[in-house]
Design a protein around this ligand. Structure first.
Ligand code: IPD
Ligand code: CA
Ligand code: CA
Length: 269
């Protein structure tokens, strides 16, 4: 794939910011940390990495909107084009010295994700996709897994620790699904979960209560790798609800058969 100028800019921003993330990761035990909400931390590293990313994106396209996790306002302003940025997806891992975190940058045109980058600076793995052009890990095309039976599927998820009302229905679903799958993982970075699912490492991913910056780039990777993404009811409202199921078409159908009850007996849809 020959990346567009926009995707090239996102790649450059992710790599430059990745260098800062690695420097800060080396001193993770000394970082200043604040609590934004329940189980929701921000460190000075998140802010430094975001600053670097926004510097590059705004220099390249000063007229475009940016929605970034650690900056206000978080809503789109006026432009039809909008960057959606998570400077460090996996902050809890980062702060604990666990090298599983990523930089996620997506470019949206209105409601459509046009380009996306998920960069894991520790390994140098850079996942990228452009609408209609496929998904890639560094130079190699990636594709969703071919697993067809839930029993053989390694499924990834995230715990909704920040959303107390979601916990009981989530755990009910978890209880239902775990015995039906090969196994389940909780990695701590939704952006990498989606990228790994796009690359066929996980056979599926589901989580509730995500933010757009956790998902935007990963969703494009997933789709361009041949996967299906929906909310837990199988509909298309996941960017608004934050509830997501992603997998190849066969596993997706099997997962949604269980998750579709979500929201029917609680106010969480
Ligand atoms: C979090 C991670 C985690 C997911 C949380 C996200 P952050 O993002 O993606 O895997 O379970 O819901 O908020 O806070 O590390 O950027
Ligand atoms: Ca995140
Ligand atoms: Ca983050």
């Amino acid at each position: 794939m020959t990346p567009s100028p926009q995707l090239n800019l996102a790649i450059r921003a992710a790599r430059e910011a990745g260098t800062i993330a690695l420097q800060q990761f080396d001193r993770h035990a000394h970082l200043k940390i604040e609590e934004k909400g329940r189980s929701d931390l921000v460190s000075e590293a998140d802010q430094m990495v975001e600053k670097e990313i926004l510097f590059h994106l705004r220099k390249g396209y000063p007229q475009w909107d940016v929605v970034a996790e650690e900056s206000r306002p978080r809503r789109r302003q006026r432009s039809e084009w909008c960057w959606v940025v998570d400077p460090i997806d996996g902050t809890t891992n980062f702060i604990h010295g666990i090298p599983h975190f990523a930089i996620s940058i997506a470019l949206m045109r209105e409601q459509e994700v046009m380009a996306g980058v998920v960069y894991h600076p520790v390994s140098g793995e850079l996942f990228m996709a452009e609408r209609g052009a496929g998904a890639f890990l560094n130079d190699h095309r990636i594709r969703i897994s071919k697993t067809e039976r839930l029993q053989q599927a390694l499924i990834c998820t995230g715990f909704p620790v920040r959303h107390a009302p979601y916990l009981p229905p989530y755990l009910t679903l978890f209880n239902q699904l775990l015995p039906l799958c090969h196994d389940m993982r909780r990695s701590g970075s939704a952006a990498l979960d989606l990228a790994y699912t796009a690359a066929g490492r996980f056979d599926g991913f589901w989580e509730v209560g995500l933010a757009p910056w956790d998902m935007a780039a990963g969703v494009l990777l997933l789709r361009e790798a041949g996967g299906i993404v929906s909310d837990l009811n199988g509909r298309n409202s996941f960017i608004h609800s934050g509830h997501i199921v992603a997998a190849n078409p066969v596993i997706h159908e099997q997962l949604v058969a269980h998750t579709q009850a979500w929201g029917s007996n609680q106010s969480s849809s």
